[in-house]
Design a protein around this ligand. Structure first.
Ligand code: ARG
Length: 579
């Protein structure tokens, strides 16, 4: 077991002895923000003392008297208002690394309590190009799925594509009247987008077109075979284009159950909401009211319009019910932009009421993982030079092209296919990392130069750090200096110990990603790891060191490379052996 876990379990046990009623799940041990004060810290005693009107320092002293962590800690200090600071023993540090070197762990543990999580992400709309807004959902959602899976949870990734709605009326009119089959063959979504724009513009001028679109929609809703056939074709062609992007990004979905999948469940969902008294009629429509929730007081969720039609909220409620039935998840995570916050607040609140009305309510943790916008360097929404929305496929092409130029300049000795492959990995990595690094709720400025830089907190910097470590091993092999791994590591230099201690924090960074839905914790962890490696490598000779030290340091290099690679993999970013 990793040292911080051992400390945590013992601390929880000590707290239970003194405060049998305390909820010790919140008694956590985390890395010390400043190594000056120790390696790990717990601030959990202060709120426990406060709730019981106890003196926090006194509680800390009493807990310490019941706590024996001498096998992993050199000492424990009480600091400030009642923090506990733990100083790790060198021997415990070395043992943990030895176990990692033997392949027993990579500084994280699979959870003892696996849960099922459904992640709803990407979810683009049929017949419309994926734009950079969808990139954030795709990249963030994929990262959360990877983190949860690595920690041993069951994950269902579901692409809730927008494949139903009033837009199909216009699309059907356009398809029947103006379809350009050649254009459809080369860029299906582009052609469908053209049709949609043309007919919707025409409908604004001409009421007859608007009426034609309405009629096509009604026919589709009533199951007209011809319209159904065209609609299915539109979905199929769109999915093909989406899949091309997913495969480039290395993103996979367990299922793609679009909005239309829930069509036959909408009426029964609303009927049930009515029967249970959760929804009621209001001005001809049906809505769920939230009088008891201050921020939703005047914001009912409409679940049936006065014309009898269902809407986005109805679909999401039916989707939730289906997911509960099908997977019994402990957690459902929705990744969309911040503009959908009210929608999800309403859905979550309505679902809570719906479940609570059942004899055995099962209420999962519902999380709306929302994100801000991507801005251009002028601070305005990110657009192409001609002012259009940037398409995801074009963006990825440009990333690879720019990376290719940089790679070719730096590595003119590599053959072109090798440079292309490095450019693919670096270009896509740069785009993904730039998206995951900022606090997801803030807007960020899209800057090619910044994200592709080899210095600073970027993917290329981390990929380069990895490749550099791999080159040490190539060199070691050439010099036949590849010694046997040592039975135990020797850690003595300050930078060496700092690097080793940082490796121990990998699992905590992963847990922060999975638990708080914040990939930026992992980005920053890896950036610091690369920095600590550089300090180590500049100050501690590896290949030129004496046999025993060399063997030990090579292990440290290898573990660092493994963590970099695994960490980047959680971010959905690949590495190359040479760049
Ligand atoms: N298709 C929607 C959009 O592009 C996103 C759907 C998100 N998921 C959901 N269950 N509502 O904005």
């Amino acid at each position: 077991m990793l040292p911080h876990k051992q400390i945590e379990l013992k601390l929880q046990a000590a707290v239970r002895v003194l405060l049998p009623d305390a909820d010790t799940a919140a008694v956590l041990v985390r890395p010390c923000p400043d190594p000056k004060f120790g390696d790990y810290q717990s601030n959990a005693l202060m709120p426990l003392a406060k709730a019981r009107r106890m003196n926090p320092r006194l509680l800390a002293e009493n807990v310490l008297a019941k706590l024996d962590v001498s096998d992993v800690c050199e000492r424990v200090d009480i600091a400030g208002a009642g923090f506990l600071n733990f100083h790790l023993k060198d021997s415990s540090l070395a043992q943990t690394l030895d176990a990692a070197a033997r392949g027993e762990h990579l500084f994280f543990e699979k959870t003892a309590a696996p849960k099922t999580a459904v992640i709803d992400f990407s979810s683009p709309n049929v017949a419309k190009p994926m734009h950079v807004g969808h990139i954030r959902s795709t990249i963030l959602g994929d990262c959360l799925a990877r983190a949860l899976r690595l920690l041993g949870h069951r994950v269902v990734t579901d692409n809730h594509i927008g494949d139903w709605g009033t837009q199909f009326g216009m699309l059907l009119v356009g398809w029947k009247r103006e379809l350009n089959s050649t254009a459809l063959d080369t860029d299906a979504i582009g052609e469908m987008e053209r049709l949609y724009k043309k007919i919707s513009a025409e409908s604004r001028e001409n009421p007859a077109t608007l009426e034609a679109a309405r009629q096509e929609l009604v026919k589709l809703q009533n199951g007209d075979p011809e319209n159904l056939k065209i609609w299915r074709k539109m979905i199929e062609l769109s999915k093909k284009q989406f899949d091309a992007i997913y495969s480039r990004l290395g993103v996979k979905f367990d299922c793609t159950l679009g909005e239309s999948f829930y069509n036959d469940r909408l009426k029964s969902s609303v009927d049930e909401l009515l029967a249970r008294g959760i929804a009621r009629e209001s001005e001809g429509a049906i809505a769920v009211f939230f009088d008891e929730i201050p921020q939703l007081k005047d914001k009912p969720a409409l679940v049936r319009k006065s014309d009898g039609g269902f809407n986005y909220a109805t679909t999401d409620l039916a989707t939730l019910a289906y997911r509960m039935e099908k997977w019994q998840p402990a957690e459902i995570i929705y990744v969309t932009d911040g503009r959908q916050q009210l929608h999800f607040q309403q859905i979550f609140a309505a679902f809570q009421k719906w479940q609570s009305a059942k004899p055995q309510p099962a209420i999962p943790r519902l999380a709306h993982v929302w994100f801000g916008s991507i801005l251009g360097e002028d601070g305005k929404p990110f657009k192409t030079r001609s002012g259009e929305t940037v398409k995801l496929a074009d963006l990825l092409d440009e990333a690879e092209e720019r990376a290719f130029r940089i790679v070719s300049e730096k590595n003119s000795g590599f053959l072109e296919p090798q440079r292309r492959e490095i450019a693919r990995v670096v270009g896509l990595g740069a785009v993904k990392y730039a998206d995951l690094l900022p606090n997801r709720q803030s807007d960020y400025v899209f800057s090619w130069d910044k994200m592709l830089a080899l210095t600073g907190n970027t993917a290329p910097y981390l990929q380069y750090a990895y490749a550099r470590i791999r080159s040490i091993f190539r060199k070691a092999q050439n010099e036949s200096a590849n010694s046997q791994p040592p039975a135990a590591l020797t850690l003595s230099a300050t930078e060496e110990i700092a690097l080793a201690k940082h490796l121990l924090g990998f699992g905590l960074a992963l847990e922060a990603v999975a638990g708080e839905f914040r990939p930026n914790f992992l980005c920053n962890y890896l950036f610091e790891l690369a920095g600590k490696f550089t300090a180590f490598y500049e100050n501690c000779p590896v290949l030129k060191a004496d046999e025993v030290i060399r063997a030990s340091r090579l292990v440290l290099c290898d573990l660092t490379a493994q963590v970099l690679k695994q960490g980047l993999d959680v971010l959905g970013i690949e590495v190359v052996e040479q760049m």
